[in-house]
Design a protein around this ligand. Structure first.
Ligand SMILES: [Fe+2]
Length: 291
């Protein structure tokens, strides 16, 4: 269970845990004007709870970017086409439309198909539907902790393959019967070769062990026969997404959400049919899982 930090030289924050597993809301903070002590407390909450939400924030692209830069360098988004005029800040329009979308990436970790997956991401709601479009999170710490000891030992030295094409083939974003879609997937493959990450690794800042897996892009376990690999991965994916490891963020205009992409899977729910506009930032990390 997540616990608040006892670190010193920080501002006391009003932290409200979302569930017994993970995630919190922080009340009474104006992110457009925070001092260093307050930021240290927010950063500690980010490490403690993995998912942090602030409500009723008055931010523009510049102040949103400034808050993001306190965590790290802003990262390019290879698959988001709509850049704002502020470097590193993207418009993020949800997959919902005039009817419920068939596109649903589902559970994933951002950019795990890269050598350096994102540190985290931030979303700021500009105009969101009154209901629907919640974002779900599941803790990779708890997924590790609640494996049996023999299974933890079995996985300890196993290496997994992460492959961006899994997204293209499975998400519904591409009609893979079309030549144009296949050509896009081929281009994606050129830009993003498969990468290898350990299945068990330690978070680079908290040092806590986690099951480093996500449903979208973890596609195989090295050294196992394909049927063995599929059976183990299917079991681990199901295990890692149990309700008791999760929290769920409901959106309102002017809500800001930040999550630690290194230790959670997330899933955007597409149960809405109205426009949904947000600003988005991806945070870069030099961390290579397993190091
Ligand atoms: Fe994502």
């Amino acid at each position: 269970m997540a616990t608040a930090s006892n670190s010193v030289a920080q501002t006391q924050l009003d932290i409200r845990p979302m569930t017994g597993a993970m995630g919190c809301e922080i009340l009474g903070v104006d992110l457009a004007q925070i001092d260093d002590a307050t930021f240290r407390s927010i950063h500690q909450a980010f490490l403690d709870y993995s998912v942090v939400v602030f409500r009723d924030q008055e931010l523009d692209e510049e102040s949103f970017a400034a808050f993001g830069k306190r965590f790290g360098k802003l990262e390019d988004e290879p698959f988001l086409p709509h850049k704002t005029e502020t470097p590193g800040v993207y418009y993020f329009r949800g997959a919902g439309g005039k009817k419920l979308s068939t596109q649903n990436l589902g559970w994933h970790m951002d950019h795990s198909y890269q050598k350096n997956p994102s540190l985290g991401a931030m979303l700021y709601a500009l105009n969101v539907p009154a209901a629907g479009g919640d974002t779900l999170f599941s803790s990779s710490y708890l997924a590790y902790e609640y494996l049996s000891e023999p299974m933890q030992a079995f996985l300890e030295d196993k290496i997994a393959i992460h492959d961006v094409l899994h997204y293209g083939m499975e998400s519904g974003h591409f009609a893979i019967s079309e030549v144009a879609a296949l050509e896009r997937l081929a281009k994606m493959r050129q830009g993003f070769p498969q990468v290898e990450h350990p299945l068990i690794c330690a978070h680079p800042e908290t040092g806590k062990k986690m099951l480093y897996i996500n449903k979208a892009w973890t596609t195989a376990i090295k050294g196992l026969h394909p049927k063995e690999s599929k059976a183990v991965l299917d079991m681990l994916k199901e295990h890692s997404l149990q309700d008791r490891f999760q929290c769920r963020v409901r959106w309102h205009n002017k809500s800001l959400l930040i999550w630690d992409n290194r230790c959670v899977q997330h899933s955007p729910n597409v149960d809405y049919d109205e426009p949904r506009q947000m600003l988005r930032i991806a945070l870069h990390s030099d961390w290579v899982p397993g190091t």
